[in-house]
Design a protein around this ligand. Sequence first.
Ligand code: GLA
Length: 388
Amino acid sequence: MHDHEAVTRTAEAFHAVYGTAPTGIWAAPGRVNLIGEHTDYNDGFVMPLALPHTTVAAASARPDGVLRLHSGGADGGVVELLIDELRPAPAGTWAAYPAGIVWAMREAGLPVGGADLHYESTVPAGAGLSSSAALEVATALALNDLYGLGLDPQRLARLAQRAENAFVGVPCGIMDQTAAACCTDGHALFLDTRDLTRRQVPFDLAGERLQLLVVDTCVKHELGDGAYAQRRAGCERGARALGVRALRDVPYAHLSEALDKLADEPVVRDLVRHIVTENHRVEEVMSRLDAGDTRAIGPLLTAGHASLRDDFKISCAELDLAVDTAVAAGAVGARMTGGGFGGSAVVLVEEADAKAVTTAVTDAFAAAGFVPPRVFTAAPSAGARRLV
Ligand code: GLA
């Protein structure tokens, strides 16, 4: 959906639902993560990029403390809530995400009131592409403007993470919300999740005659089901056992000593190995991109996948097949992206090979009897913005 098309469609739908024109229209993108997986709750490094797919919110403020929410993609009509009565509601519906934003802003003492909101989205849900962060950040940006809060994008991302952690009940890190809020066109975003310093890293795929394919395995990805929280708890246990504040503080050069200390706890040891090597891979990817050698990041992506599969143990047969087939068919590199247990893989390919790699992956899924994957090209796109 192009921006002008999104504006027309969302404004018309808002009018049909609420009977008036919206005050404004805002958009926030989904993301893929290039490298740096499960490092964000270990104070480590990540490098996501925004997708062209967005969640678009048309919104107007209301003076009466009522929050009305409606989505073009969800059944069930308008959800009506009183902002004074918002309480954390784990395992709620889609409306818990925007309601959580209002709750988090009020909890932070920000002068936010009621609103009417209507959403349209092209971010595939449950595909590991951060549709929930897109919904949260589009809402946060809309309220920021409607109520003149003057918050910067990183602050909006933190409020969105707070909403997801405390209101929706998913113990996610800060990567997805920061990607939705802060990415820029043509760049991957390097983020140090400890001090939240950011760097826009040029990622000029078209100029290099490369493409980034996203393979949505259509295996539903659920972060609320406990496996994510379990990995997180294992990492925290590892940090305690090693006497560091977070696994970010284990230097790559001291990895083997750290692993020796964890010999009695093989599960934790493997989690630690993934986090420490993954932080190192993020730094390596950044320096190769800085050196203008985009192709050289391919082996690091593929090594990252092996680490998520073997050490962090969050891949699945469909993701492994996508990655292995893509690499065997000539991809420069490939890995699962996002939380894991399904969702999507990213594949870096020569432009000239994109078709053949796509066909190879699709054929392999058919041969294995898997649901056909959805494959599309992802140009690094813009972060959250006001459209009108
Ligand atoms: C999910 C979470 C993120 C991050 C990734 C894994 O997307 O929301 O905070 O932990 O998984 O890298």
